[in-house]
Ligand binder design. Structure first.
Ligand code: URP
Ligand code: ZN
Ligand code: ZN
Ligand code: ZN
Length: 455
């Protein structure tokens, strides 16, 4: 045996129990009471929780956006990931005009082969069809393990938006291939209309980022996506859900039996639109924006009652000087916030304080992500799975600060957030990569996760 983690409490999506975990060649080979002491490395996890590594289903590393590039490279973003207990990320490479998606993915793989500190998968953002070539290419992409593609219903001027016709075409093509479409749902025309009006009125601070895309602007698009997906009978995954009305439409469709998945993010569970009234409100600018208390309450309720399938970060940080571009004009603030290192600790803190069960955190941050996106070796502490393991100390207090994070950004919306309980070790396929505050792995050890399409 290479590694034996003894005396901990294993948490799965369905229950918790005391047991040892044995690891060989990067895989979990047995789980049980008292597996002895014969291993190259023995770790005593007495009093600790033993969890599967989280899968962050939504990151934007080194992404060109808003006139710059998001502040975390593939190296720093994946390093931060493992330091927060995330052992697999799903990044969102964006197709630029004329680009092939296979070329895009291969160029990202080449960088990650050198830099990845955790395992990685891709949802590929399709922005144009290149006269139909992309629809053909999708078949090879699926064969290569890219089983999800993303549509932005917004970001027209950035050249990333797809219209309803493209969305419908992609929903059907993905379904045909056993793949799925992920959608960023907000209404672009309503946003443009409101932005124009506010700028004309000289209303330019960060609050008007929220006001130009409030609850009903997201809800319209959520409902449109639900409408298309249910009538076309195609699976769909709505990313970063932040509003109550749209969420309710999704819940109804789920109750009617449609294959529809809902993701939300820690920032929507923690902050409300009130943050945009702060002096540093621009630092919280992301799309969709944080919403009102009613939406936040609805998200927590849906999470507890099983209608939220995943919690992921939408990690897309920008430096302070870049956020400052929009001091006097909210439309110039690059959209996005940090989160990959905070996801698991934040959600586990919610469990530690009794708000939700630990099993629920494992479900939405690991097990469900692996199941929904076809990662057969990930997401659970179970025999045969990859030994992606997090040891969590329920008694360790931790205050998030930019100084104790492992990213390249210079500020974080999570600054000062106090957590009770924190990961103390992360293992990636049996290798220790995070140890009590320090990254101890080697960039380039992360591997590509080739996913399985649905039949
Ligand atoms: O503001 C955000 N969320 N930036 C990243 C791109 C996206 O919309 O997911
Ligand atoms: Zn988005
Ligand atoms: Zn995103
Ligand atoms: Zn405490």
């Amino acid at each position: 045996m290479d590694l034996l983690i003894k005396n901990g409490t294993i948490v799965t999506s369905t229950g918790s129990f005391p047991a040892d975990v044995a690891v060989e060649d990067g895989k979990i080979v047995s789980i049980g009471k008292d597996l002895g002491t014969e291993a190259k490395k023995v770790v005593d996890a007495t009093g600790k929780l033993v969890l599967p590594g989280a899968l962050d289903a939504h990151t934007h590393l080194a992404m060109p956006f808003g006139g710059t590039i998001s502040a975390d490279s593939y190296l720093s973003g994946t390093r931060a990931a493992v330091c927060g207990g995330v052992t697999t990320i799903f990044d969102y490479p964006v197709q630029h005009k004329g680009e092939t998606i296979l070329g895009l993915i291969n160029s990202k793989k080449a960088v990650l082969e050198e830099e990845a500190c955790c395992d990685y998968a891709f949802h590929c953002c399709i922005t144009n069809f290149n006269d139909g070539e992309i629809l053909d290419e999708m078949e090879q992409a699926v064969a290569d393990g890219i089983t999800s593609f993303k549509c932005f219903l917004v970001y027209k001027k950035e050249g990333m938006m797809v219209d309803d016709g493209m969305l419908a075409t992609l929903l059907l093509r993905a379904k045909e291939l056993g793949a799925m479409i992920n959608v960023h749902a907000e209404n672009p025309d309503l946003i443009d209309l409101r932005v124009e009006q506010y700028l004309k009125e000289g209303k330019t601070d960060a609050w008007y980022h929220y006001m130009s895309r409030p609850e009903f602007v997201e809800a319209e698009a959520d409902k449109r996506v639900v409408h298309w997906a249910t009538h076309l009978n195609a699976p769909v995954y709505i990313v970063h859900m932040a509003d109550k009305e749209g969420l309710e439409a999704c819940i109804k469709a789920k109750e009617e039996g449609h294959e529809l998945y809902v993701e939300t993010c820690p920032q929507y569970l923690e902050f409300t639109c009130d943050v945009y009234k702060r002096e540093d409100g621009r630092n919280f600018v992301c799309s969709p924006p944080m919403k009102g208390q009613e939406s936040q309450d609805a998200l927590w309720l849906a999470l507890k009652s099983g209608f939220i399938d995943t919690v992921a970060t939408d990690h897309c940080p920008f430096q302070s000087y870049e956020k400052d571009w929009g001091k006097d004009d909210f439309t110039k603030i690059p959209n996005g916030c940090a989160g990959v290192e905070n996801l698991y600790p934040y959600m586990l803190d919610a469990a530690n304080s009794g708000k939700i069960p630990f099993e629920k955190v494992v479900e939405v941050c690991a097990t469900n992500v692996a199941k929904i996106f076809g990662c057969e070796n990930k997401g659970e502490i179970a025999v045969g799975k990859d030994a992606d393991i997090v040891i969590y100390d329920k008694d360790k207090d931790f205050t998030i600060s930019v100084d104790n994070m492992h990213s390249d950004y210079d500020h974080t919306i999570w600054e000062g957030k106090k957590l009770h309980g924190y990961p103390v070790q992360t293992y990636l396929r049996g290798e220790l990569v995070y140890d009590n505050g320090a990254y101890v792995g080697k960039p380039g050890t992360g591997k590509y996760v080739k996913r399985i399409p649905k039949k």
